[in-house]
Structure formats: structure tokens, C-alpha cells
Design a protein around this ligand. Structure first.
Ligand SMILES: N[C@@H](CCC(=O)N[C@@H](CS)C(=O)NCC(=O)O)C(=O)O
Length: 210
């Protein structure tokens, strides 16, 4: 297997953290998206979406979506379990992972990509240019992040982790989302003490340094 990674991007970091939690060693190659290496012919042949991460399996199969990569690794390396054990728990983990991704991560991406100077003209990932930044989308991303913080704070009042009482892929997505949102100066609101407690705990895990 080979992981196409970029150490400074949040998407691949989700996979790296998942891999670290599993205790797996996977050789990796850096695709520096700041230097536009995702658009080379060589990388397009690996992932025509021109995004990282991509996991290429030993038979040549290319998996170019974060959750698909995690699903593959969960099936091939079941312990420690990160995506749920039975039908009920799998559904709950998926529910919170999707919320973290759709309501948190994508909001943070909107806030960062539509405001950071490095993404000028590249408001959408995987597109070479001609996509202007839209300040209103950055603002909407910030507002959505505010709602996301409130939602997970209520959840974390009743459970130690996002999808219940043990660590899962949903915590990885939520943690990396909040860390990434700092690039748009979005911080955990002071009234979200449960989020602050949980975030600090996840940050202590060795995998958070992956
Ligand atoms: N749906 C993809 C999205 C991956 C993604 O957005 N990757 C970003 C880095 S975090 C990327 O490759 N960006 C390339 C670009 O900016 O052109 C996934 O979840 O894996």
C-alpha cells in the first residue's frame, strides 16, 4: 500500500490519525498541494480528482476519499475498532462522523478557503484556478461552525466522546475540523466547556501528532 499524503493539509491528517490509532505502518509520499503537485499528470493518473489523501492498494486499486480509506483500513485491521462494532453502534458513529464532516469540516473549509490569501482564485479544492473567493461563504462557514460548536457541546455534555463513550472516527473528524478552523481564527466559544474538555483530551492522544 502507498498513501499519498500532504503533511500540512487537514484531509490527509484525518487518515494519518486513523492509521496511528490502528498502529499500522503505511509508506507515504508527499503531494505538496501548495506547490500544486496534485495537478501533475503523474498524480492525476493516481487520483483524477486531484486531491489528497489517496491510498493505493497492492493490487493497484486507488481509494481517493478519506472515509473510504478509513473504511478499508477498518475492515482489514479491525482492532482497535474505530467505526462501530454492531449495527447500532456503526450507525451512531456514522451519524456523528457525517455531522462532523458535513456541518463542521465543510463549514471550516468554506471559512478558510474563502478568506486565506493562499487560496485566492482557488476557492474549491482540486480545481487549478478561476474559482474566486466569496467572502459571504467565509462568513456563512463561520456561522455554521458556531452552530456546530453548540451542537457538539450538547452531545458532549452527556457522553465522553462524540459518538458515545469511546473514541471513534467521529472524534478524529471533529478534532481535525476544529484545529483546521483556527486558520480562519475560529475558536471554541467560551460557553462550550464540554467541547474544550473533549478537544484537550483528544489533543493528548499520541495520534493527534500524526
Ligand atoms: N472528499 C475528499 C476531499 C479531500 C480534500 O479536500 N483534500 C484537500 C486537502 S485537505 C486537497 O487535496 N486539496 C487540493 C487543492 O487544494 O487543490 C476527502 O474527503 O478525502
Amino acid at each position: 500500500m502507498k498513501l499519498y499524503d500532504f503533511s500540512l493539509a487537514p484531509g490527509p491528517r484525518r487518515v494519518r490519525m486513523f492509521i496511528a490509532e490502528k498502529g499500522i505502518e503505511i509508506p507515504s509520499v508527499q503531494i505538496n498541494t501548495r506547490e500544486r503537485q496534485q495537478f501533475t499528470d503523474e498524480y492525476r493518473a493516481v487520483n483524477p480528482n486531484c486531491m489528497v489523501p489517496t491510498l493505493v492498494l497492492d493490487d493497484g486499486t486507488s481509494l481517493g476519499e478519506t472515509v473510504a480509506i478509513c473504511r478499508y483500513l477498518e475492515e482489514t485491521h479491525p482492532e482497535p475498532n474505530l467505526m462501530g462494532r454492531d449495527a447500532r453502534e456503526k450507525a451512531i458513529v456514522e451519524m456523528w462522523n457525517r455531522r462532523a464532516e458535513l456541518e463542521g469540516y465543510l463549514a471550516a473549509v468554506d471559512a478558510v478557503r474563502n478568506s486565506a490569501p493562499m487560496f485566492e482564485g482557488r476557492g474549491v479544492a482540486g480545481v487549478t484556478g478561476g474559482v474566486p473567493q466569496i467572502p459571504a461563504l467565509a462568513e456563512r462557514g463561520r456561522q455554521s461552525m458556531g452552530r456546530f460548536f453548540g451542537k457538539i457541546d450538547r452531545q458532549l455534555a452527556d457522553s465522553s466522546h462524540l459518538a458515545g463513550d469511546r473514541f471513534s472516527i467521529a472524534d478524529i473528524t471533529g478534532y481535525i475540523t476544529i484545529d483546521f478552523a483556527r486558520r480562519a481564527e475560529i475558536k471554541i466559544p467560551e460557553d462550550c466547556a464540554n467541547v474544550a474538555r473533549w478537544f484537550a483530551e483528544v489533543a493528548e492522544r499520541p495520534s493527534a501528532a500524526a
